[in-house]
Write a protein of this length. Structure first.
Length: 248
């Protein structure tokens, strides 16, 4: 049996009269990269926002590691093991790579009663930050200000910041956006290295990368899921070809 870490059942999100996500069910299992594809406006980011707790579901439920978290806010879900990245960089450009990751790790080891101590002396935080940097492939630039990184390195830093909180479920929203071939290759290697111990949802428009790295693909059209299966099954699906991929 698959070790399902995150499950969304019948998720619907309405904005007034607009239904952005319509009755979508999805499961993320440890050891798998589950790609979510669809055209702009299909509801992909809205679904991620509901799963992460940034947006409340209008209907349906979300289960994280066996617990019903439908009414949990984002910080509580993060503490329970859910991490995500965004389409735009959310790093602190004036801080080093290590400092960015240490700040994220501090959320795991809060000590407000020790306000007089230098946060950099938190050994657990520093260990978590360095481990995240290693897994994201940024060890060589750990002491470089984040604002001086290349675009691809900044996207890797987003992943490292996410990893510093020790999540088991990873929601990656277009991590390959704007990357060249070499940067894309590095990021795909990072994702491959994370697969074994995490459940990963990958929202992405780069179809070559999606079909290369994904174990399972789900397709959204106008807020509804029209197909979900292996890459071969999705590629051969007539509805997907008509709505998104196009005919060969």
């Amino acid at each position: 049996m698959a070790d399902v870490l995150l499950r969304g059942a019948g998720i619907t999100r309405r904005w007034g009269g607009v239904v952005a996500v319509n009755g979508v069910s999805i499961e993320l299992a440890r050891g798998e990269v589950h790609a979510l594809i669809g055209t702009n406006g299909a509801g992909k980011t809205t679904l991620v926002n509901v799963l992460s707790g940034e947006v409340a579901a209008s209907a349906g439920s979300v289960e994280l590691r066996g617990a019903d978290v439908t009414r949990w806010p984002q910080p509580r879900r993060a503490r329970a093991g859910l991490g995500r990245t965004y389409q735009r960089n959310t790093i602190f450009p004036q801080f080093t790579v290590l400092e960015n990751c240490r700040l994220a790790a501090q959320a795991r080891f809060p000590a407000p009663w020790r306000w007089w101590e230098d946060a950099s002396r938190c050994l657990a935080c520093m260990e978590a930050a360095r481990a995240a940097i290693l897994r994201a492939g940024l060890t060589g630039v750990a002491d470089r200000p984040a604002g001086l990184l290349s675009h691809g390195e900044k996207r890797q830093l987003e992943v490292a910041v996410c990893l510093a909180t020790s999540p088991q479920v990873l929601l990656f929203d277009e991590p390959l956006a704007g990357m060249g071939a070499e940067e894309t290759e590095r990021m795909l290697q990072v994702l491959a290295g994370l697969r074994a111990n995490h459940a990963i949802l990958l929202v992405e428009h780069d179809m070559d990368a999606v079909f290369r790295v994904a174990d399972r693909i789900s397709v959204l059209v106008d807020g509804s899921m029209i197909a979900s299966g292996s890459p071969a099954e999705v590629r051969a699906n007539a509805d997907v070809q008509n709505a998104y991929l196009g005919h060969a």
